[in-house]
Design a protein around this ligand. Structure first.
Ligand code: GLU
Length: 481
């Protein structure tokens, strides 16, 4: 059974890169009927916070990346790591190291000055048999400190990472540091906890960003020391900004929840994220089922992907177009509230809202835009755009608006179909183009010069609001304000 995990460190929000890693894990698990595990790697207690854990979980839920097991927290598992460390010490695969940070720093500098590798020089690894035979308690006393624990890396030969995306990557073992697996304060370190957990959780495939590729040979030796089968690895290429540097805040919003707030649909973001590295012919828009069906590492590219906000926006508009208006209605309500278009908790006729949304779906690229376009449908009153007002609400249109108002007043069926007949009758009577009437009406109804078809707009506004707005427009022309 395939078992994969997403293992975020809660030292920040769930960002675009992390979400893509989570998504690839999720899709790989679903495609293979495997299990997807969520593991919070919070051993760095100074930088991890509960708030970040919450926002990561919130982001995963929003993107509907459901996990099957977890969330596990590494800080709950310190006893497990300690057991494994002790086991490695007993087997001579790890050793106590009494070198202080200051000493290490000095030796690192000296090595660099001599043009040597700055890795740990192995002082405590190479203690004599006699030194090693002194019990730890006594050694701690002599040294007046608790030791850190280092893992014995092989010092010669090569380690080959056979990556599902990059193929074979070869590392020279003499470059591998005897890394600290447990600090002198007793806290375990990343490369160690990751392996212990992957062993413990029976992870078959490690799918993560390629910023971890350099850790992989070290981790492979830890798997071997724990006598565990080595999982398969897939290191995902980096995501870059438009200037080809690593994606960061400089390139705009990187946190997943910021996209929620900007009015993106979770499925659109998922669709965009999957295309940052994965492809399936020329297809751009995928349902979740299609993604699960087609996902494999064969179609994940080796080169970095460039984050393109315009494409994401385009995809979002496509998702808005094909969404069901009732669902969009529910999604847009918080945006209407935030924009002050409706009160928090205000009741709004859902059927009417869906109808209004239907007229706007083709035009709104985000839920924020959709909410703003709904403003003139919902608000009691409209404010005119100055330019639009000067151009269309003037003496030329005044009598037409009055005539329309009277005709509409007499109309009992306020449907787009009937409204169209009234408009046609008036324009034919005066021998003018439809726009000569429709544009002033549009300004009167929406405040601006762009909107869905004018008959639909009027139908949605209803008779009362329409007449009120026509009246206001006539007064604005007459009164000049
Ligand atoms: N906790 C690591 C991170 O957030 C990921 C570790 C892994 O996937 O192996 O970068």
């Amino acid at each position: 059974m395939i078992r994969v995990r997403f293992a975020p460190s809660p030292t920040g929000h769930l960002h675009i890169g992390g979400a893509r890693t989570a998504l690839f894990n999720y899709l790989f698990a679903r495609h293979n009927n495997g299990k997807f595990i969520l593991r919070i790697e919070d051993t760095d207690r100074t930088r991890s916070t509960d708030e970040y854990i919450e926002t990561i979980i919130e982001g995963m839920k929003w993107l509907k990346l459901e996990w099957d097991e977890g969330p596990f927290r590494q800080t709950d598992r310190f006893a497990v790591y300690k057991n494994y460390v002790e086991k490695l010490i007993k087997e001579g695969k790890a050793y106590y190291c009494y070198c202080s940070p200051e000493e290490l720093e000095q030796r690192r500098k000296d090595a660099l000055a001599q043009g040597k590798s700055p890795k740990y020089d192995g002082r405590c690894r190479n203690l004599t048999k006699i030194q090693n035979s002194i019990p730890k308690l006594i050694r701690d006393k002599i040294q007046k400190k608790n030791p850190a624990i280092r893992f014995k890396m092989p010092q010669e030969g090569q380690t080959v990472v056979d990556d599902l995306i990059r193929g074979k990557v070869v590392f020279e073992n003499d470059q591998l540091d005897d890394l600290i697996i447990m600090r002198s304060d007793g806290t375990p370190t990343y490369n160690f906890t990751v392996v212990v957990d992957d062993v413990y959780m029976d992870i078959t495939h490690v799918i993560r960003g390629d910023d971890h590729l350099n850790n992989t040979p070290k981790q492979i030796h830890i798997y071997k020391a724990l006598r565990h089968e080595i999982p398969l690895f897939a290191h995902l290429p980096m995501i870059l900004g438009s200037d080809k540097t690593r994606l960061s805040k400089r390139h705009g919003a990187t946190s997943v929840m910021a996209y929620k707030d900007m009015g993106y649909l979770p499925d659109a973001l998922v669709n965009y994220l999957v295309r940052l590295g994965w492809s399936c012919g020329d297809q751009e828009v995928f349902t979740r089922e299609e993604l699960i069906k087609h996902f494999s590492f064969e179609n994940v590219g080796k080169s970095s992907a460039v984050f393109n906000p315009e494409k994401l926006l385009w995809l979002n508009s496509q998702y808005i177009i094909k969404s069901n208006p009732e669902e969009l209605g529910e999604l847009v309500i918080p945006f209407l509230e935030n924009a002050g278009i409706i009160q928090k908790g205000q009741n709004i006729d859902r059927k009417w809202l869906s109808k209004a949304i239907k007229t706007l779906q083709e035009r709104a690229k985000t839920l924020v835009e959709l909410a703003n376009s709904l403003r003139y449908y919902i608000a009691e009153d409209v404010e005119y755009d100055e330019k639009a007002k000067t151009k269309f609400l003037n003496e030329k249109s005044r009598d037409l608006l009055i005539e329309l108002k009277d005709a509409l007043n007499a109309l009992s069926d306020f449907s787009a179909l009937e409204l169209e007949k009234v408009f046609k009758f008036i324009v034919e009577k005066h021998g003018i183009k439809l726009g000569a009437l429709a544009q002033p009406v549009r300004v009167a109804m929406t405040g601006g010069t762009e909107s869905p078809g004018i008959f639909e707009v009027l139908e949605i506004l209803g008779k009362e609001k329409t007449l009120k707005r026509l009246d206001k427009a006539v007064k604005a022309i007459t009164g000049g304000n």
